[in-house]
Design a protein around this ligand. Structure first.
Ligand SMILES: [Zn+2]
Length: 290
């Protein structure tokens, strides 16, 4: 169901085999455990809980949500007794958009029948919170970009960063901010990290962080150029619809094959952000000139 990896002593990541290579994690203290994110499906959240309770044999005291998206925070309800921690915007988004979309999905997908939204009880907006597990210090801090409610969790002694969707193999800016995404990529390349657990995709190792950050910034520059070029045409949408992700320096197979679809959404969203209106397509015209 998921691939488990031991990243450092007492630090695990779990990568979903089912949905978009989404990642979660766990940090094991002397007496209790912190879980970071909950994966996409109820059965995956329960499998994380079972691994910790049965194989690590410790209670889960905290669950941290990196942000409010379904594949990171809807599993909160499967960790009863744990305190949920997140950014205050994450709490707000779960309470509004999250509740509404889970309600809609429960009607069509039986596997969510026992799922319900559990809101974070512990939130912050600016600055940072520190959580001490024996010798490990977890620093929670805002890490916006692709979504404004995103936080990072840095295990200070191990230099391991759980970055949520602020870091992905393909930056996804549809719900977020283009410039903040670039600022976050620049920041992580200067943090002296051993590993980054991205919101989705493989772990980024120390020797790869700088190149990873550069390549993602290059991708963001490429899509801005594609959007600018399209804006010179009468029907920009028709240009954006045929843009090839590989021409922007990224592989089609990233994020479990979702990359081309996310690339297309990035272009439409960036056009909207830059020009304040959706990109116009030929078929939007009432009549065709001949
Ligand atoms: Zn995600």
């Amino acid at each position: 169901m998921f691939q488990r990896e031991r990243i450092a002593d007492g630090v695990y990541s779990f990568q979903s085999d089912i949905y978009a290579q989404v990642n979660a994690g766990a940090v094991i203290g002397p007496d209790w455990v912190v879980v970071i994110d909950t994966l996409a499906l109820p059965e995956e959240s329960i499998a994380i809980r079972n691994f910790i309770e049965q194989e690590i044999n410790m209670p889960i005291r905290y669950v941290i949500n990196t942000h409010s998206h379904a594949d990171h925070a809807w599993g909160n309800c499967f960790f009863p007794g744990a305190t949920i921690a997140a950014h205050s915007l994450c709490r707000e988004n779960l309470d509004t958009k999250g509740r509404a979309s889970l309600e809609a999905i429960r009607k069509i997908n039986l596997s969510f029948k026992n799922a319900h939204i559990v809101l974070p009880q512990m939130t912050f907006e600016n600055g940072e919170i520190k959580l001490q597990l024996g010798k490990k210090t977890l620093k929670l801090f805002p890490l916006p970009g692709p979504c404004s409610d995103n936080i990072g969790i840095l295990i200070e002694e191990d230099r391991v960063l759980f970055a949520g969707d602020a870091v992905m193999p393909l930056p996804y800016i549809v719900d977020g901010d283009y410039d903040e995404t670039i600022a976050t990529l620049k920041l992580i390349s200067k943090m002296g990290l051993e590993n980054i657990v991205q919101g989705h995709g493989d772990i980024v190792l120390r020797g790869e962080v700088e190149l990873f950050s550069k390549e993602n910034i290059a991708y963001l520059s490429s899509i801005r150029k594609v959007v600018r070029d399209s804006a010179r045409r009468k029907y920009p949408r028709d240009v954006l619809d045929v843009s090839n992700i590989e021409d922007c320096g990224k592989s089609r197979i990233l994020i479990g094959g979702l990359a081309p679809e996310l690339h297309h959404k990035n272009l439409l969203a960036l056009y909207h952000q830059m020009y304040g209106e959706p990109a116009r397509a030929l078929e939007d015209d009432d009549y065709y000139e001949v």
